[in-house]
Design a binder for this molecule. Structure first.
Ligand SMILES: *Cc1c(COP(=O)(O)O)cnc(C)c1O
Length: 460
């Protein structure tokens, strides 16, 4: 006879099977971490995956061993390893060993990091990591924020706080249209945030180096006659080219225009940790809000964006959710991370970064970022040296964009497909002013000069 009061359903029982499965899962995780290099791998079609995977969700279940085996032998190899040293497309991900290991701990701990009441210890540690980022940017001691899933949510949350602040200041007097200004190089997530918020995006022409400047900003705002400009987005490292806007002059213009100064450093903000390029970020210390994705160039696993506000109370006013069942949280006066962004429930996604920083110290981060910059400079020099490739622009950060002289778009695509199929490298074409070119985004300290040379050799 089963005793009801002590009955635990099978899925929540920790028994000998669970023990064995735990060993197998941890063994696989350890094996994946040790691989050097990891296989690059690549996608398969839905039909191919249907064939090898079959029906996986069934009434009785496959059993953990079979499900894990299916994942490791068929599904995982159908995912490109974003941490492969020759994955240079989009923005790769190169988490430190310590951060990946701690992601396992976060997963095992059922942490709720939306409120101080529930997650004080985790939130305390996340805040220490946020403080390091704030110090890199030179934000005041009163700055603070939250780790959100990515730059898209970070940008949207910051812009929502900016408009909320502008609205409060105007005390009910709405403009014809609210507007955000930035260059055409601003990330697609900015335009997407404008759509979500139903506000206009005012495109400002870049200077001769493609940067947003205070002068161009002033001129464009005057000419457009916008009455509802509430925020300006400067990019500290554009995704396609790694361009850093002229933050100091933009900060000055924002102060004159009475606009919120948001700096999108989702990719490039990590360069703040590198003394060799820190000078290009001058003016960032005046930002009203700032984001950087540690899952891009700060060696944290997905998904992790640090969102910081100069005055967090403005964000809290915009984002705090009110409900009877939440009163116990909102009335306590604690630091509740959920008050600073879109979203309520949150994983303690800043903890892997915190653990790695605590383990290695910040100097190790400076060294790792500088290493990627060295390899990027090598890539630029190699491209200059070889006569069949041409650099489009001297890199500001760690993105190198270049053309293969004489190639048509299909040739870039065929070359890119061939490299992936050979399990050698993942480098995709991109476009610039209508021309198909290609680019290396170098954020993985394991990427070497030899990797760069061997990829360039394949274009000869
Ligand atoms: C990647 C990126 C984003 C979007 O970040 P996600 O984490 O992908 O949502 C925003 N801005 C810039 C400059 C980026 O490089």
């Amino acid at each position: 006879m089963r005793c009801r009061s002590t009955y635990t359903p099978a899925v929540h029982r920790y028994d000998a099977d669970t023990e064995a499965l735990g060993q197998a899962v941890l063994d696989y995780a350890r094996h994946r971490l040790r691989m050097d290099p990891v296989p690059l791998d690549g996608p398969r079609t839905p039909a191919e995956l249907d064939e090898v995977a079959g029906a996986t969700i069934t009434a009785k279940g496959l059993g953990g061993a079979a499900a894990l085996d299916l994942f490791t032998t068929e599904l995982a190899p159908a995912c490109i390893s974003t941490d492969h040293p020759r994955f240079l497309s989009f923005i790769p991900c190169a988490p430190t060993e310590a951060s990946t290991l701690f992601d396992l701990v976060v997963g095992a701990s059922a942490l709720y990091a939306g409120s101080w009441l529930e997650g004080a210890g985790a939130v305390h540690a996340e805040n220490a990591a946020l403080r390091w980022v704030a110090d890199l940017a030179g934000l005041p001691d009163t700055a603070g924020g939250v780790f959100v899933p990515g730059g898209t949510i970070g940008n949207l949350s910051a812009l929502v706080a900016a408009r909320h602040t502008a609205r409060a200041r105007r005390a009910g007097e709405e403009p014809r249209r609210w507007a955000v200004a930035g260059t055409a190089q601003a990330h697609s997530s900015i335009k997407s945030a404008c759509d979500v918020m139903d506000v206009d995006f005012l495109g400002v022409p870049g200077d001769e180096r493609g940067r947003l400047t205070g002068e161009n900003l002033r001129r464009t705002v005057e000419a457009a006659g916008v009455d509802g400009l509430f925020a300006v987005v400067a990019t500290a490292g554009t995704t396609n080219f790694g361009i850093i806007d002229d933050l100091a002059s933009v900060a000055e213009a924002c102060a004159e225009l009475g606009a919120w100064f948001h700096v999108d450093g989702a990719y490039g903000g990590a360069g703040l940790a590198a003394p060799s390029i820190r000078g290009m970020y001058e003016g960032i210390e005046r930002a009203d809000s700032f984001i950087v994705d540690p899952h891009k160039w700060l060696f944290a696993p997905f998904d992790c964006c640090a969102l910081l506000y100069r005055d967090p109370s403005l964000a809290r006013a915009a984002h705090t959710q009110r409900a009877g069942y939440l009163d116990v949280l909102s009335e306590a006066g604690d630091w509740n991370p959920a008050d600073y962004s879109i979203g309520l429930t949150r994983r303690a996604r800043g903890l892997p970064l915190w653990f790695s920083l605590a383990t290695h110290g910040t100097d190790a981060y400076t060294e790792a970022v500088e290493r990627t910059l060295d390899v990027c400079r090598y890539a630029a020099a190699e491209i200059e040296r070889r006569d069949y490739v041409e650099l489009l622009r001297e890199p500001d950060t760690s993105v190198v964009v270049f053309r293969r002289v004489g190639w048509k778009p299909q040739q870039y695509q065929r070359w890119s497909d061939r490299l992936l199929l050979a399990n050698f490298a993942f480098v995709v074409p991109t476009t610039h002013e209508g021309e198909t070119v290609t680019r290396f985004a170098i954020v993985n300290p394991r990427t070497t000069e030899a990797d760069i040379s061997s990829i360039l050799d394949t274009m000869a």
